[in-house]
Ligand binder design. Structure first.
Ligand SMILES: [Zn+2]
Length: 301
C-alpha cells in the first residue's frame, strides 16, 4: 500500500497547509479519499494521473473535505475522460454536484456515478477481486463515514525451482497458483504446499476523519495495519474536541491501542499549534507506533 497525503489540516486552506485529501494505492487501485480545495494542484505536484482515479470516497459534506470535488470532476471532462467515475459519499452529494454542473451547463461527457450513503451501520460498498471497501460510521456534527480498505488474499506464489524439479508443464501453473495438488505421470501426488509459497498477507487501511473520540470505533478498526485517525486537537483542548466533535492526539492513540493496530497515522490538525510534533509526542505516551501525516508526505506500508 502506498499513501500520498495531499492535505491533512483542519478547516481552511492556508499558504502552507491544505485541507483533507489523500490518495491510496492499494492492489492496483488508485483511490482518492476526501477532496478538499487544492486537491488538483497537489495531484499534479505529485504526478498522480487523474485518469488512474476511478473511485472517490468522501467522508462528509463539510467544505474542508469536499470543496475540491466539483473542480476535479469538471477537469476530468476537460481532459477528455470517457470511463466511469464513481463517487461515494453522504446523501446530498449528488444534488450538490449536479446543481453546479447544471448551472454551468457543464455536464460530464463521461458516466459520473454516485453511491449515496445513509446507513449508520457498517456496510460493504465496493468489492472486486482485488479489494473491498466498507464504511466506518463516525460520530461528527454531520453524517460522516470513515472507510476501511482491505486487500483480498492473492493467489499462491509459484515455487519455480520445485515445479521445474518435477518437470511440471506450464499449462498447470495457474491451477497450482490456485492451490491445486498435482498428479505426476507416475501417479504420485505432489501436494500444493511443495510447489508454492503463501501469498503475502492482505493489508488493510482505515481512514477515520472527522470524529469525536468513540470507543465503539475500536471494534470496527480491530487489528488493521494502518489506522488514520484525526487528531484536530491536543489534550489541553479536549473540551474543544468534545464540543466540536473532533478528537485529540491522545484519544486517537487510545483507539489505536485498544484496537491493536500496527501503525497509527495522525492528521486533521488544527493550525493553532506551533508544531505537529506535539501531536506525536502526546500520542506516543499511549501508543508506540505513531506517524504524522503532513502535506506532500508519502508512506509505504
Ligand atoms: Zn468536519
Amino acid at each position: 500500500m502506498h499513501l500520498t497525503v495531499l492535505g491533512c489540516y483542519a478547516a481552511t486552506p492556508r499558504t502552507l497547509t491544505n485541507p483533507t485529501s489523500q490518495v491510496l494505492e492499494i492492489n492496483n487501485h488508485v483511490i482518492l479519499i476526501d477532496c478538499g480545495e487544492g486537491t488538483q494542484v497537489e495531484l499534479r505536484r505529485h504526478k498522480i494521473k487523474f485518469s488512474r482515479i476511478n473511485h472517490i470516497f468522501i467522508s462528509h459534506l463539510h467544505g474542508d473535505h469536499f470543496f475540491g470535488l466539483p473542480g476535479f470532476i469538471s477537469t476530468m471532462r476537460l481532459l477528455g475522460r470517457d470511463k466511469e467515475l464513481y463517487v461515494y459519499g453522504p446523501k446530498g452529494i449528488k444534488e450538490a454536484i449536479t446543481l453546479l454542473l447544471k448551472l454551468g451547463d457543464s455536464w460530464t461527457n463521461y458516466p459520473l456515478l454516485f453511491h449515496e450513503l445513509t446507513s449508520k451501520e457498517t456496510e460493504l460498498i465496493f468489492e472486486d477481486d482485488k479489494i473491498s471497501v466498507s464504511t466506518i460510521p463516525l460520530d461528527h456534527r454531520v453524517y460522516t463515514n470513515g472507510y476501511l480498505f482491505k486487500e483480498k488474499l492473492g493467489k499462491r506464489k509459484l515455487n519455480v525451482a520445485a515445479v521445474e524439479k518435477y518437470g511440471i508443464d506450464k499449462a498447470y501453473y495457474n491451477n497450482i497458483k490456485n492451490g491445486r495438488d498435482i498428479t505426476l505421470d507416475n501417479g504420485s501426488i505432489v501436494p500444493n504446499k511443495e510447489l508454492t509459497y503463501d501469498p503475502p498477507k492482505p493489508k488493510s487501511y482505515a481512514f477515520c476523519s472527522d470524529t469525536i473520540y468513540d470507543e465503539s470505533l475500536v471494534d470496527k478498526v480491530k487489528e488493521v495495519d494502518v489506522l488514520y485517525h484525526e487528531s484536530t486537537f491536543l489534550d489541553s483542548e479536549a473540551h474543544l474536541a468534545a464540543k466540536t466533535k473532533h478528537a485529540t492526539a491522545k484519544q486517537a492513540a487510545q483507539v489505536a491501542k485498544d484496537a491493536n493496530v500496527k501503525t497509527l497515522v495522525l492528521g486533521h490538525y488544527s493550525t493553532r499549534y506551533k508544531s505537529i510534533e506535539l501531536f506525536k509526542e502526546e500520542a506516543s505516551t499511549v501508543f508506540p507506533n505513531v506517524l504524522l501525516a503532513d502535506d506532500g508526505k508519502t508512506f509505504d506500508f
